[in-house]
Design a protein around this ligand. Structure first.
Ligand code: 5AD
Ligand code: SF4
Length: 477
């Protein structure tokens, strides 16, 4: 049942609606329109957001809506938004405000916000962006077709953001963006409450999907010809097979059991997963990555900072020493594997000494690549109580320094692959050079080479001839 909140009275009259039947309302109200309402859905953010957009698209299609790929062609425009970093959120609200002209021309146009930002701002989003007609929180996404149908019929503003801890209904709609690579969520939410992070607030408490549901989804994908799946969770290592896992069971074990089961599904060629939290990742996981043939040799293990003082303030639950040991164990177990990370500079009170510790860990570990970020306070995350005292120029300088360092390290790591022949799953044309094919190695590196577009979705062998920090250049072997 939709639980709708009354939105602020202006600029349009608000209304609380009783739950009705989605698009049927629209059809009844408007007399069975021969034209299904067209929806344009724009996604900002991480893989989880991309997967949520697929989920919602599936629901909308099942409910009789049609999807279009331009805002101009749409009756309904939805933004699925990320709020992990301030920059992404600013871009989002900029994009919504850019629609003011279109909305003026076509007052019937419906504009909505879903995802983390919707969950975070709730009613306030309607004030921040007055052209918004609805706000749909992360746990209310399953009700989205009904919500849109109600607005189309009754022309009111709706805020539905009261179900942050809810699980998605099973089975999920079949709709997928791709044809050979798919994201499969194994859980939602996060219980870690890293002090800088908004995720636990906007995605709720950690809840694992039932293994049977995950396995069924992957089997169905395999039957449909999907070859690569990426298992998604805020912290996959704390996946739970049962709601009440024994405290004696090592955290990673349940996830490893899940990997074993998925590894035996016929048709699937590659299994990836993200993200792993260093406090929960273990040698047991690395051994599974080594021994399970379909599990790719790539680990994303966010470091965030190399300074124990900052890690402690971030509530990350590990030390520099523990991280270095873990990275060492990974490299020992999977010498050919790749290791990538996230690094956050400019956390409150970060000194030059703290920053140097981060650089030291980067150089010692030798990451294959790193996503690098400047800290921004994200209310209601706990770090907002700390003064954001690292000057913006200092953050900028530190960011540039680690980008440059990582660039060099990445190139060295890639150079070691020259002369090797690697298996590449072809993504198709569409890189910088439209005549070339791009694809990913098992270690998740981008390979660029000449070939026929018909190879898209197939695995080929590529001999690496040269490299850049960001890609391997080669020819088909
Ligand atoms: N400021 C900057 N970066 C952040 N991240 C998470 N929260 C913040 C924040 N408040 C980064 C972390 C995380 C990645 C997904 O985003 O590095 O791993
Ligand atoms: Fe955020 Fe930490 Fe959870 Fe990752 S593990 S989603 S950084 S709270």
């Amino acid at each position: 049942m939709l639980n709708k909140k009354k939105a602020p009275p202006d600029p349009k009259q608000s209304k609380i609606l009783s739950p009705k039947n989605g698009l049927d309302n629209f059809r009844l109200g408007f007399g069975m329109s021969p034209k299904c309402p067209a929806v344009y859905l724009k996604t900002f953010g991480c893989q989880m957001n991309i997967r949520d957009s697929e989920f919602v698209t599936g629901l909308l299609l099942d409910d009789g809506f049609r999807m279009v790929d331009s805002p101009e062609a749409a009756d309904v425009i939805i933004f699925n938004s990320c709020s992990v970093r301030k920059h992404a959120e600013e871009r989002l609200f900029g994009n919504i405000c850019d629609l003011a002209g279109l909305k003026k021309k076509r007052p019937g146009l419906i504009i909505g916000l879903m995802g983390c930002t919707a969950q975070n701002y709730k009613d306030e989003a309607l004030t921040k962006a007055p052209m918004l007609d609805f706000v749909c929180g992360t746990g209310n996404e399953k009700d989205l077709p009904q919500l849109v149908g109600d607005i189309l019929k009754d022309r009111c503003r709706i805020v539905a953001a009261d179900k942050v801890n809810e699980k998605k209904p099973e089975p999920m709609p079949e709709y997928r963006e791709g044809t050979f690579k798919a994201y499969v969520a194994i859980g939602e939410g996060c219980d870690n409450f890293c002090s800088y992070c908004i995720v636990p607030y906007v995605r709720g408490r950690e809840r694992s999907r039932r293994a049977e549901d995950i396995i069924k989804e992957v089997k169905d994908l395999a039957v449909r010809g999907f070859k690569e799946i990426t298992l998604l969770g805020q912290n996959v290592n704390s996946y739970k097979l049962t709601a009440n896992r024994s405290p004696l069971t090592a955290k990673t074990s349940d996830f490893v059991r899940l990997l074993e089961q998925i590894n035996s599904i016929k048709g699937i060629e590659r299994i990836r997963f993200m993200t792993s939290h260093p406090k929960d990742a273990s040698v047991e996981l690395f051994k599974a990555m080594r021994d399970l043939d379909k599990v790719c040799e790539h680990l994303h293990l966010p470091l965030q900072s190399g300074s124990d003082r900052i890690l402690n303030k971030m509530s990350r639950g590990y030390t520099q020493k523990k991280y270095l040991e873990l990275a060492g164990d990974y490299k020992k177990t999977l010498p050919e594997g790749s290791l990538t990370t996230d690094i956050l500079v400019g956390f409150p009170s970060e000194t030059e000494k703290d920053f140097k510790a981060t650089v030291m860990v980067m150089e010692k570990v030798g990451f294959d690549s790193a996503f690098t970020f400047k800290y921004s306070p994200r209310p209601p995350a706990r770090s907002c109580a700390l003064k954001d005292d690292v000057k913006s120029e200092v953050k900028e300088k530190r960011l540039k320094t680690i980008i440059d360092i990582q660039c060099k390290i990445s190139e060295v790591r890639n150079r070691a692959l020259v002369g090797k022949t690697l298996e590449v799953l072809v993504d198709g044309h569409g890189g910088r050079d439209p005549h070339k094919l791009t694809g990913r190695t098992r270690t998740n590196k981008t390979a660029i080479f000449s070939g026929d577009g018909k190879l898209t979705g197939r695995s080929v062998n590529v001999k690496i001839g040269s490299v850049t920090p960001y890609a391997l250049l080669g020819r088909m072997a």
